[in-house]
Design a protein around this ligand. Structure first.
Ligand code: UD1
Length: 423
């Protein structure tokens, strides 16, 4: 298994291009199942999670090809006649559950393995199930699989989610595009990835309004057609690389960065004393001199502070001046990076969903282990700021969500390399 080795202490300066969003791409890809005509995605990120979704769609009978060095994904579901998503693929990635809505809409039935828990929490699917049941599906759990059937097809419904789940919103919106009648989804998630999904579905002929607000209305149509759609910028990759010059000092421009995608995160950076500037091509982040001030963070659904940037901001707070309180409100077990950061000299107390971080003058390099995707990149950020060498192992987590991390940071002067190991 590969490891990433970082020699800390270098200020970063340069330019980092931000890729298309992993989480948007993972919901746009299953949308291909809704049409017999081709769907092409441009600005796709090159990540192992995307390859897993390609594998899943292929197993359902779709044709998926990767063009232009992986930046373009061309899909056709003309012959996609299988409605069973097997455990062998689904267990690798929770986002596999995003085929449930499209399969039900297309075939009137679906068998999708339950993804199971993952390192950051139990992550059940009750919200997806209740919403699809409101649309006329009968769903039962047998042998680890959700067996869903919509006799006579899905029907539009008015449904309110108990919590604004991103995945449940995406499944319902996709399913409702081909349902009979109108669906009104209340307390819908408002994340930019959902707005992007709706743009793509609309380009395919769907009738949807209200995306980006907490009520989305979908009028079912008989069929969707083909389309080409550019994947929105990855706001989590953007936020992660914005933290690199913040933690090391220096100045980095993030190409393709947009403030509206990370507004609450920018507010926190600015409160901490980091400058964020709009440029013609993106955003520029600078920590010229001065110290980083401790700030408190509460993770919330969009437009609140994203849970997917909590681990990375914790790395910054480890060397900030003062004490910060980080409250995790989305996932119950998302502080597994804390003990690893502590091994680098950080002072962190975790009680339930709250971590109290007291800044130290300097972190020290250490061998550390990645426990999940965002935790792994927080350890790399900490390593960039630490004195000496940090070796991050289990970087397969990192490769799920960050393309060429060592090249992007290396181009800005970071001393970072990947040690490849087989087996
Ligand atoms: C998506 C993102 C993930 C991000 C998360 C929250 C993708 C592929 N992944 O995950 O990176 O961290 O949004 O922004 O887009 N819940 C239930 N029942 C359900 C569904 C969810 O209780 O049926 C709970 C979850 O356990 C969690 C919370 O709701 O505590 C948020 O989950 P959700 O918004 O559904 O996240 P995902 O779509 O899985």
């Amino acid at each position: 298994m590969d490891r990433i080795v970082v020699q800390g202490g270098t200020k970063l300066s340069g330019v980092i291009p931000i890729a298309g969003a992993k989480n948007a791409c993972l919901t746009l890809m299953p949308a291909t199942l809704l049409s017999e005509e081709p769907l092409t995605l441009t600005n796709a990120p090159r990540l192992s999670d995307i390859r897993t979704m390609s594998e899943l769609l292929s197993s359902l009978g779709a044709e998926v090809s990767s063009l232009n060095d992986g930046k373009v994904i061309a899909m056709s579901s003309h012959n996609a006649d299988n409605h069973m998503a097997h455990y062998d693929i689904v267990r690798k990635m929770r986002a596999s559950n995003l085929v449930l809505g499209p399969l039900l809409a297309r075939h009137g039935q679906a068998e999708v393995s339950l993804p199971g828990g993952c390192a950051i929490g139990a992550r059940p699917m009750d919200l997806h199930i209740h919403a699809l049941e409101a649309m006329g599906a009968e769903i039962e759990l047998r042998d680890g699989y959700l067996h869903a059937i919509a006799r006579g097809g899905l029907k539009g419904a008015i449904h309110e989610l108990r919590f604004a789940s991103v995945g449940a919103t995406e499944n319902v919106v996709m399913a409702a595009t081909l349902a009979k009648g109108t669906t009104v989804l209340k307390n819908a998630a408002r994340e930019p990835e959902i707005v992007d999904l709706v743009k793509c579905l609309r380009a395919m002929g769907a009738q949807i309004s209200g995306e980006g607000t907490s009520t989305i209305e979908i009028q079912g149509v008989d069929r969707l057609h083909g389309a080409t759609h550019p994947v929105v910028t990855d706001r989590i990759e953007l936020g992660t690389y914005m933290l690199a010059p913040a933690i090391t000092g220096g100045e980095v421009e993030l190409l393709g960065g947009r403030r509206d995608l990370v507004a609450s995160f920018c507010d926190k950076l600015e409160e901490a004393g980091i400058s964020v500037e709009d440029t013609p091509n993106g955003l520029k982040v600078k920590r010229a001199n001065g110290v980083v001030k401790a700030v408190d963070v509460v993770t919330e659904p969009f437009p609140g502070f994203p849970t997917d940037l909590q681990a990375q901001v914790m790395a910054l707070m480890c060397t900030a001046e003062g004490t910060s309180v980080l409250e995790e409100k989305i996932f119950e077990n998302r502080f597994m990076h804390a003990p690893e950061l502590t091994r680098m000299g950080a002072q962190i107390d975790v009680h339930g969903g709250t971590a109290t971080v007291t800044g130290v003058e300097r972190l020290r390099g250490a061998p550390v282990m990645a426990t999940d995707l965002r935790a792994s990149v927080s350890l790399i950020l900490a390593g960039l700021a630490a004195e000496g060498e940090t070796v991050v192992s289990r970087v397969y987590h990192l490769d799920r969500g960050y393309e060429r991390v060592e090249d992007k940071l290396g181009a800005c002067g970071a001393k970072i390399e990947r040690i490849r190991e087989d087996g």
